[in-house]
Design a protein around this ligand. Structure first.
Ligand SMILES: Nc1ncnc2c1ncn2[C@@H]1O[C@H](COP(=O)(O)OP(=O)(O)O)[C@@H](O)[C@H]1O
Ligand SMILES: [Mg+2]
Length: 409
């Protein structure tokens, strides 16, 4: 299957002498050097990547790294100096103006950080703006606007004015406007950048929820790595117009391509990047019936563990610890101890996609955390120590050497 969107060797040079600047680029000159010698600014330098249908592809980088230039080329707002942008195989970079207008109308929509709502129009009218431009009749526009306002949870405000809405709600109007034309591809240029952190977190979660049903192909721009890691199926990291690494959140955090990426990764919240799936290990179990205290103790000694899960069929009924069992064996008041007496039945549990930060508390109890499925079957365990190792980054590889393979994969 061909990717929904594919970018091939894309360049943008701003300024009067793009040819001279391109020549210097090919000879390996840097952005500052090119600016000094030609007066041209390198916006984007040799960007290549493919975005699959339904994927959230995040482009992340510091201010000035070329994110907006890149995303504006994707919908033809800025003509590239060189390279190709294929949407379903059709090249935006070389499309005739009429084709470009059609692509922008039907296939791709942009949501900006600072998008203008018309203050005297109702929310529904604002949402339907693009449809009005396209000459769609009023009743149809209204119906479509209500439909997307419903999707973003703003249906009750359809007839309010922008001033009646909070910043977060206004941003959702922007999203609704983008969705109104039902584009396949949604470009979002720092849409939550101006929101305060709590509202921003809400919007991020909402976008993820919405995407479960929308399944749009989304190119999301941000300068915030935590936001990138939360939202992106994959993330491209840009520096001085260049993509220095493309990968999943886990790939980037575990194996930053260079010092620039490593510096970003250093202060991210690892607890929100890694999930139980990244740290779980095979569960050591014994059946409740037919296991003696002595057998359980020997098993833990052989495997070098401090605790075991005790099973009734596929379901864990409790944990026993080495310490408790060893004590019960020595307890003269109970001559024939069984696992039952030492069973801890309020053991901690998690799902495979539980984020590690949610395990701070449970891991503190010292027991292995049971990873169970929706039918309470035991899939694996998370050892408390493994949570801490992963959060501290001790399980992380060193950043790749300077100049090592920093090309997008
Ligand atoms: N219209 C323009 N004319 C000249 N230079 C520009 C223009 N737009 C962007 N640039 C330059 O291109 C580089 C990338 O900018 P931009 O894409 O806006 O970065 P970002 O969105 O990552 O902050 C910067 O050096 C910026 O100054
Ligand atoms: Mg920008």
């Amino acid at each position: 299957m061909q990717p929904k969107l594919s970018v091939e060797n894309l360049y943008k040079i701003f300024g009067k002498h793009p040819a001279a600047a391109m020549r210097m680029l090919r000879e390996g000159a840097g952005k500052a050097d090119i600016l000094a010698r030609t007066g041209a600014t390198v916006g984007v330098r040799d960007a290549s990547f493919a975005v699959e249908e339904g994927e959230i592809f995040v482009v992340m980088g510091l201010s000035g790294s070329g994110k907006s230039t890149l995303v504006r080329m994707l919908n033809g707002l800025i003509p590239p100096t060189e390279g190709h942008i294929l949407i379903d195989g059709e090249d935006v970079a070389t499309a005739a103006p009429a084709d470009l207008r059609r692509i922008r109308r039907e296939r791709i929509a942009m949501v900006f950080q600072h998008f203008a709502l018309f203050p005297h129009w109702s929310i529904a009218e604002n949402v339907a703006y693009g449809l009005k431009v396209r000459g769609i009749p009023a009743p149809e526009r209204r119906a479509r606007a209500l439909e997307v306002l419903e999707q973003v949870g703003l249906a009750p405000w359809a007839d309010s004015r922008p001033a009646d809405l909070s910043g977060g709600m206004q941003q959702r109007v922007g999203l609704a406007r983008g969705l109104a034309a039902d584009p396949d591809i949604l470009l979002m240029d720092e849409p939550f950048g101006a929101l305060d952190p709590l509202i921003r977190r809400d919007m991020q979660m909402e976008l993820l929820t919405l995407q479960k049903t929308l399944k749009k192909t989304i190119v999301f721009i941000t300068h915030d790595l935590n936001e990138a890691l939360l939202l992106g199926n994959r993330i491209a990291i840009m520096k001085d117009g260049e993509i220095v690494q493309i990968g999943t959140a886990q790939e980037i955090v575990t194996n930053p391509a260079d010092d620039y990426v490593a510096a970003f990764v250093a202060d991210i919240d690892r607890g929100r990047v890694f999930t139980v799936d990244d740290v779980s290990s095979e569960a050591l179990t014994v059946p409740l019936r037919d296991t003696s205290v002595r057998q359980a103790l020997r098993l833990m000694e052989n495997r070098g563990t401090q605790a075991l899960y005790v099973m009734d069929g596929t379901r864990p009924v409790g944990v026993v610890t080495y310490r408790d069992l060893a004590a019960s064996e020595l307890d003269e008041a109970t001559p024939n101890p069984t696992l039952r007496e030492a069973l801890i039945t309020d053991f901690p549990t998690a799902n495979t996609d539980t984020q590690l930060h949610e395990l701070y508390g449970p891991a503190g109890g010292g027991l292995p955390i049971a990873v169970t499925d929706e039918r309470d079957r035991l899939l694996a365990v998370v050892e408390p120590g493994d949570v801490l190792t992963h959060l501290s980054g001790a399980a992380t590889n060193e950043p790749a050497k300077e100049g090592a393979d920093a090309q997008p994969r």
